[in-house]
Design a protein around this ligand. Sequence first.
Ligand SMILES: [Zn+2]
Length: 253
Amino acid sequence: MSALPRFSMSVDDGHPLDLRMADLLQSHEIKATFYLPITNQEGAPVLSAASMRELSRSFEVGSHTRSHRFLNTLHGAEAWREIIDGKQQLQDQLGEEVEGFCYPGGRYHHLHKLQVRSAGFRYARTTQNLRIDLEFPLYEMPTTAQFYPHTRSVFFRNFISQRHWRKRSEALSVSLASDDWLIRLQTLLDLAIEQRGVFHLWCHSIDIEKLQLWNQLDDFLSRVTRQIGKDQRVHNRDLIAAGSDVSTVDSSQ
Ligand SMILES: [Zn+2]
């Protein structure tokens, strides 16, 4: 773990409200990584190429496949096209290399980790929660929590299904101590700080809008800036550089 606690943040799906999210993050001097598909087959709007370029000037931009399809539902060749086309088209729009990838829906198999590596990505992010350590395989970067009013049972189901239980058990027990989801996030932030780990928050801008959580997110980010120094608020790719003990591909799954 690093000498000082860190904070990172992911914003998924490239909804046009990501521009509002970017303004909020910049007002707190917080870095984030936006994972963008080119289109969204679920029908949600996606940022224009000009807006993607604007985001990339201040934040890390990663790929989220070409059309936001769950890789575990596709044949191998289809999954490959989603991964490689998503990377190339995003790079063409940005005019720069895209290093990070995020699995849509957190759904993937071992093959997809190999495909993501072959496509030239340096790392991939999952939706595994309750992690505050930096000891993860490059193509399975975990998170700490989603900014969403999940119930205790959702936390628990994620805990059971996403394995790595030993590294996550303390975060699970402290987070389940409260019924209030915001207090749960604050408790997890406190734990990450106490253990000098990393708190990795993720969200969808459209969820924040639909549930009217902008003020709560603003308050939470204020708490982050009071407790974690500016230099320790990093892009996800910086977590890779910081990790000293990451294996390239975890073959245990
Ligand atoms: Zn997504």
